[in-house]
Design a protein around this ligand. Structure first.
Ligand code: EPZ
Length: 439
């Protein structure tokens, strides 16, 4: 069972329900200055949490961020029967016996990365019934590549009632070559997890190269797996009979890193980002430097500030290209540059929902298909706006910090999915930001 650290402080009689505090109010115009501690990477921690399903020994993860998505995945693992001791940023998990091999829709639909339990359940337990995640705000986000790859590893896959019914042969999964038609982070992770216990060799061809995949491979190899060339487009996994426990530190969040670097620039302040590295965002840094930002490495991170910001074109691409998860933040930053910026989103089909909200604040942005033209330099004015997904929500926070006057952002539960203690981290750097109740 999941044990939360007991909180001895009794809540006041009338507690304000968390979800009623679903708005943020910002008074813009103050440059951000100071230190920001970068948390562990959400998109590394989520796949790392699923490795517990591959062993009956304890798995301890450190530097786990305190985010809604992490709690959702812990809720899912708990109902599978995983013993969980949560004392964030440390989590210890142990799967002695599996209580259920079903990943229910009401959890998977809330957090797509829940689909990553499919590979481990199949590999170690031989069968799984996992809800299809469905689409989300930024796109249809199918899972066909995950399923194609698992079938290549010998699994039989049936779709019924919105669920994937998967089972491995009685002799277990077997290694195979899997050529992925598109670069998919999740499919690469699901298949890498599944292949660790398959019989024989698996080659994942056209694999995603994100740093989070390297982090996952490092953790699995520390558990006794045999994975080579993670971080390249061809990952080779030699199946082993079993995996043992591990203690592993989640790597820093490169998306949070890029976000706060751009928040420094849009407010014309200077932030020193701690417990991270410019090496995590190589292409992002070079494009931001072209746009006029100035980066200075420090002992355990770097400082970031705006020079003379000018509009530059950007196209999102799989790593090591400019991350789609930083596209909305870059667009907000470009509104405060001079000139123009053509931003092309190549990963998701509907990831411009921040555009109408930024335009409500005075931005001059027009969208044509998968490209958005930002005519930079129109001053932003505070306004009531609405968050639509994790990264769109933080782009609105950035715009609010730079805008003149008051901005109220609604539906900020999106923000809580991906950014730990965002108000506190910003307030410590001079931001006038607070969480308020909303209708
Ligand atoms: C991961 O999502 C990240 N999430 C996303 O971050 C990130 O935007 C995305 O990778 C791309 O970098 C986590 O790591 C938890 P994909 P994932 O499979 O794995 C298509 C955030 O804000 N596709 O690489 O779901 C898909 O529709 C989130 O932190 C298929 O067609 O992304 C998309 O167009 C948002 N079939 C493209 O591939 C499949 O079977 C890339 O998706 C799988 C994917």
């Amino acid at each position: 069972m999941q044990k939360e650290a007991k909180n001895p402080i009794l809540l006041p009689k009338k507690t304000i329900k968390k979800d009623s505090m679903n708005r943020i109010r910002i008074l813009g115009g103050t440059p951000l200055n100071g230190h920001v501690n970068i948390s562990g990477a959400k998109n590394a921690a989520l796949p790392l949490l699923t490795v517990t399903l591959l062993t009956d020994e304890p798995v301890t993860l450190t530097n786990v961020p305190n985010l809604a998505d992490i709690h959702t995945l812990l809720e899912l693992l708990d109902q599978h029967g995983v013993e969980i001791d949560t004392a964030l940023p440390t989590v210890t998990l142990r799967t002695r016996t599996l209580k259920s091999n079903v990943a229910p829709y009401d959890i998977v639909r809330r957090m797509r990365a829940s689909f990553l339990v499919l590979g481990p359940l199949l590999a170690r337990h031989g069968s799984a019934v996992v809800s299809l995640p469905g689409g989300c705000a930024i796109g249809t986000r199918p899972v066909d590549i995950h399923l194609m790859g698992l079938e290549k590893l010998g699994a039989s896959i049936k779709l019924d009632g919105g669920y994937v019914h998967a089972s491995a042969p009685s002799t277990g999964l077997r290694g195979a070559d899997v050529s992925m038609p598109m670069i998919s982070v999740g499919a690469t992770e699901n298949l890498m997890l599944a292949a660790t216990l398959a019989t024989g060799t698996t080659r994942l061809i056209n694999a995603a190269r994100e740093p989070e995949i390297i982090d996952l491979a490092k953790c699995l190899n520390a558990m006794g797996a045999k994975i080579e060339h993670a971080g390249t487009d061809t990952i080779i996994i030699e199946g082993v009979d079993s995996l043992h426990g591990v203690t592993h530190a989640v790597q820093p969040d490169r998306i949070e890193t890029g976000t706060y670097a751009m928040a420094a620039a849009i407010t014309r302040g200077e932030l020193i980002l701690d417990n991270t590295s410019l090496d995590l965002i190589p292409t992002v840094t070079s494009i931001l430097e072209q746009a006029g930002m100035i980066f200075t490495p420090t002992e355990n991170g770097f400082s970031a500030r705006a020079g003379n910001l000018k509009g530059v074109d950007m196209m999102t691409e799989p790593f090591p290209g400019f991350s789609t998860d930083l596209q909305a933040q870059f667009m907000a930053l470009m509104t405060s540059a001079t000139g123009a910026s053509m931003i092309t989103e190549t990963i998701f089909e509907n990831r411009f929902m921040h555009v109408p909200e930024l335009c409500r604040m005075g931005a001059n942005i027009t969208v044509h298909g998968s490209s958005a033209l930002v005519r930079c330099g129109t001053p932003l004015k505070g306004a009531p706006v609405m968050a639509t997904d994790i990264r769109a929500s933080v782009s609105l926070v950035m715009a609010g910090l730079a805008a003149e006057g008051e901005t109220i952002i609604d539906r900020i539960y999106h923000l809580d999915r991906g950014y730990e203690s965002v108000e506190n981290k910003l307030r410590q750097c001079g931001a006038h930001i607070e969480r308020i109740t909303g209708d």
